[in-house]
Design a binder for this molecule. Structure first.
Ligand SMILES: CC(C)(COP(=O)(O)OP(=O)(O)OC[C@H]1O[C@@H](n2cnc3c(N)ncnc32)[C@H](O)[C@@H]1OP(=O)(O)O)[C@@H](O)C(=O)NCCC(=O)NCCS
Length: 149
């Protein structure tokens, strides 16, 4: 519901997309998958990994363009809330929890990637992701936002 990609050419293409953004992390980094729910309703999730290395590039090739930044900002997260749950402060709670777990793992910092004109940029700035780097992947700019611990 929150992705710009909503239609898939086949079930296989959809499964590949789900693995890229969910299964990959759940399989390898289950301790870094956090879900918010209330009275049985899913509100959103925050997931990722305490580090980022070349083993990620097979599924997420765009990560390679920021390879030199992972030493300082190793932990990598994705967050998405159900549209009914956006703008209520739930994202802040999820990122705070996720950061706590990332810090406990020994990571020195964390990062996210988003679009250069994405509305969520102000959210990340408020959560302390103040290092901004823009690089192109296949002709499209990607905004990297990092936070040191
Ligand atoms: C970005 C997101 C995780 C923030 O969590 P949240 O609980 O809504 O955030 P808060 O209530 O603490 O703060 C509100 C801020 O969230 C962001 N936000 C709220 N709704 C949003 C939406 N539909 N799309 C993108 N960002 C949104 C804005 O930065 C907003 O600040 P603003 O009011 O100054 O524009 C959540 O809104 C979301 O899942 N948005 C859609 C998907 C998305 O952008 N995921 C991140 C991909 S990198």
């Amino acid at each position: 519901m929150t992705s710009s990609v909503r239609e898939f050419s086949s079930d296989e293409a959809r499964a590949k997309f789900v693995y890229k953004y969910f299964g990959f992390y759940h399989e390898k980094f289950a301790d870094f998958c956090w879900f918010a729910q209330k009275e049985g309703k899913s509100l959103g999730y925050c997931l990722g990994a305490p580090m980022t290395d070349s083993s990620f590039f097979v599924y997420q090739p765009h990560l390679e363009v920021f390879n030199d930044l992972y030493e300082v900002f190793p932990a990598h997260l994705h967050i998405n809330l159900h549209p009914d749950s956006q703008g209520l402060g739930i994202g802040k709670l999820l990122v705070e929890k996720w950061e706590e777990v990332a810090r406990a793992s020994g990571a020195l910092g964390m990062h996210i990637m988003t679009g250069v004109d994405a509305r969520n940029k102000s959210f990340y700035l408020r959560q302390g992701f103040t290092t901004e780097v823009v690089r192109n992947y296949k002709g499209n700019p990607i905004l990297f936002m990092g936070k040191n611990f």
